[in-house]
Write a protein that binds this ligand. Structure first.
Ligand code: M6R
Length: 374
């Protein structure tokens, strides 16, 4: 039931502090300084001596995988590639040893993801060298799904039933699964100091309360802002680094429920083509959070502003972010954690734009909750 919410999607956006709190309580147990930081049901043999990780997914799950790849490379130091499952099926990369293959699908029923995983399992089963054997892990919200039967190892994100076709709280759950996995791997490999990992876990523990404040604050703000999108036909979303996938996710959410054309781009790519699209009719949503690429993203936003684009910033309040015409403020946190917060304005903005247009937010045209055909 929708409780007092107008749509399931809005209810599910509001459930994310709870999704995060449940995950953190389960998988980041409070313990002594020498206890393992992360509790995941994964044997060490699955994770040891990894040379490569490949992640197969579609849609929003693929965006979670892109954030995951950033964490796995930057925190755990394991080269990681993310593939569209539908592409991987027909053009898999050459086999390599000690490779972990992760399938990400909230429904556990996406045909392309299941077929890509099955194909990978099969081609590795034929290899004589055991180092080339399949190490398969699934990340899902439905442990009892086809994915659950296909792979021997599973991370259950436990986000609860998601009714809206647009994935929201399951995206949050998938991201948190990758934080758990990357921290676990970093711990095992000694790629980051224990103190640094402890600090990161402590910052993650603050997430549910931060999410609650952010959702309460931005819900009304996005509802008001949605009016100004009544005649909008195109929106560009920009991000860089760990927030580049969040720009992709913002664009996907807007497309699927509001039917407005939207593109997500790594901000540095604008000048290689898309900047030609910009004028006063094209809003640009820019994710700009302090960290390695803050100045770069701000200067990319400035370039868009010079082409008369209306700039909407997903950024902390402060003198640096005064260039934005509209600010959807997010708290200033460790850059590595920031996607867990910057995703909120993306979800709320697309929800309110679609709801303002009177569209069927929970059942958008031409889409189904799980895509069980190729
Ligand atoms: O069930 P899955 O996570 O495998 O679904 C993958 C995509 O079909 C899904 O994320 C789709 O893009 C959503 N409707 C996005 O909101």
């Amino acid at each position: 039931d929708k409780r007092s919410f107008r749509h399931f999607m809005l209810k599910e956006i509001h459930e994310q502090p709870e999704t995060a709190a449940r995950w953190l309580a389960c998988h980041f147990p409070e313990g002594g300084v020498d206890d393992p930081l992360v509790a995941l049901p994964l044997e060490v043999s699955l994770l040891e001596d990894l040379q490569r990780i490949q992640v197969l997914a579609c849609g929003t799950s693929r965006h979670a995988a892109l954030v995951g790849a950033y964490l796995l490379e930057q925190l755990a130091g394991v080269p990681t590639s993310v593939y569209y499952a539908s592409e991987f099926r027909y053009a898999p990369p050459p086999l390599g040893p000690n490779t972990l293959t992760i399938g990400v699908t909230q429904s556990g029923e996406t045909a392309d993801t299941l077929a890509a995983l099955a194909m990978e399992q099969q081609r590795r089963a034929g290899h004589s060298d055991p180092a080339y054997g399949a190490r398969l892990l699934g990340i899902t919200n439905r442990a009892e799904s086809s994915l659950g039967r296909l792979v021997p190892h599973l991370i259950d994100i436990q986000a609860g039933v998601e009714v809206g076709v647009a994935a929201t709280k399951t995206f949050m759950g998938q991201l948190l699964a990758f934080y758990g996995l990357a921290i676990r791997l970093a711990e095992l490999r000694g790629s980051r100091s224990r103190q640094e990992l402890h600090q990161l876990v402590a910052e993650l523990r603050a997430l549910p309360a931060q999410l609650q404040t952010l959702i309460d604050r931005l819900d009304l703000r996005c509802a008001e802002l949605a009016h100004s999108f009544a005649d909008t036909q195109d929106v560009i979303y920009l991000g860089r680094g760990i927030n580049y996938p969040i720009a992709l996710e913002g664009a996907l959410k807007l497309k699927e429920i509001s039917y407005i054309h939207a593109e997500g781009y790594p901000a540095g790519e604008m000048k290689h083509g898309p900047i030609a699209l910009l004028d006063a009719r094209v809003p640009v949503v820019s994710v700009a959070v302090p960290g390695t690429v803050f100045d770069k993203v701000l200067s990319n936003a400035q370039e868009a502003k010079a082409r008369d684009a209306r700039l909407i910033g997903v950024a902390p309040e402060g003198p640096d972010t005064e260039l934005f015409d509209v600010l959807l403020p997010v708290p200033e946190v460790n850059e590595l954690i920031s996607p867990l917060l910057t995703l909120i304005p993306m979800q709320l903005l697309s929800y309110h734009i679609a709801a303002h247009r009177g569209l069927d937010v929970d059942q958008p045209r031409n889409l189904a909750k799980s895509v069980t055909v190729e």
